[in-house]
Design a protein around this ligand. Structure first.
Ligand code: HEC
Length: 105
């Protein structure tokens, strides 16, 4: 009986621990903290320049790959240079979290 209770407590601890990791990065908060909104708009779809892309609803895997390519200097086309310094310090995890948020808009 006692060992079963311990096992349940351990399982509960483990699952909250895992949930905690998954929720650690808040894409919505990061979108503003990392200033993406200043160019792409508060809702991801009202860019400050007509030529800047709309991001809301974009496939997360695609948006992540493009953001990392711009950060890493692999994508240099168009106006990528305007964005590059703004994403220079972002981690892969932060980019993934923001992209996931944008996909849901
Ligand atoms: C200084 C303005 C600026 C900021 C800040 C900025 N971007 Fe961009 N972003 C751009 C521009 C301009 C482009 C288009 C580049 C081009 O012409 O190829 C772009 C392109 C993108 C693309 C590719 C879209 C596509 O359809 O290929 C993604 C994804 C993106 N930005 C995400 C982000 C995220 C996430 C952030 C915040 C971490 C961010 N951007 C911050 C200006 C900015």
């Amino acid at each position: 009986m006692k060992s079963k209770a311990i096992a349940i407590a351990a399982a509960a601890l483990l699952s909250t621990g895992l949930a905690g990791t998954a929720a650690a990065l808040d894409g919505e908060a990061l979108y503003t903290q990392k200033l993406c909104n200043t160019c792409h708009g508060a809702d991801g779809n009202t860019p400050i320049m007509p030529i800047y892309p709309k991001l809301g609803g974009q496939n997360a895997a695609y948006a992540s790959a493009q953001t990392k390519d711009i950060r890493d200097g692999k994508r240099t086309n168009g106006l990528s240079a305007a964005m590059k310094p703004m994403v220079a310090t972002l981690t892969d995890e932060e980019i993934d979290a923001i992209s996931k948020y944008l996909e849901g808009l």
